[in-house]
Design a protein around this ligand. Sequence first.
Ligand code: B16
Ligand code: MG
Length: 218
Amino acid sequence: MFKGALFDLDGVIADTAILHFKAWQQLMRTHFKIELPLELETKTKGVSRNDSLQTILNFCEIKVSSTQFIQLAAEKNTIYQSFLTELTSTNILPGITRLINDLRVNHIPLALASASQNGPLILDKLGLRHNFAAIEDPSQVKHGKPAPDIFIAAANSLGLDPIDCVGFEDSIAGITAINTSGATAIAIGNATELKAATIVVNNTDKLSFNTITTAFIE
Ligand code: B16
Ligand code: MG
């Protein structure tokens, strides 16, 4: 039986993943009159703010000064946070509240392993923060996803080895990070895209405690 549950946030707990991409689209439209294609959403999912901006600039073949880079990243966050003002518990993805309750009933501690520096703010708005025994600060880990650092740190904060944990993710970078950490990867999304996970469900509603227990044994 697994002993800890490590959660990604955007796209797993809340329907905020698309808001990140909408914020990037608005930023690039305003500054460079560029319409970002949807393929960049997959490439920036789970990836830190600065790494996402670098990916987007590389894709668009745009070079900026380091000062402008910092300004663009800050402006993206302002746009993103403006989208978060209306966030409430209604934005919790289907089945997640039930899953969290089941984990707690079974005495499985929860840790947040999100790349987002807005994680604590979002958990507060969703009314879920009290369920988490640990919330990792992504700015304090050396390497962002796809490196395993944040999942290792999250497991360790629970006093556990990642090998005894399951990790939930919706991004390719995040699944790579979980697998490298030694935890069991449970993916939510496209089965082909996320095939490196132990199991993939197409919707958070399918994340039952039994399914996760089976995945851990596999
Ligand atoms: P922020 P997750 C990630 O969150 C998002 O998937 C990714 O799109 C975003 O760039 C990253 O957080 C950083 O977010 O700008 O709020 O610090 O999926 O790891 O929960
Ligand atoms: Mg995510």
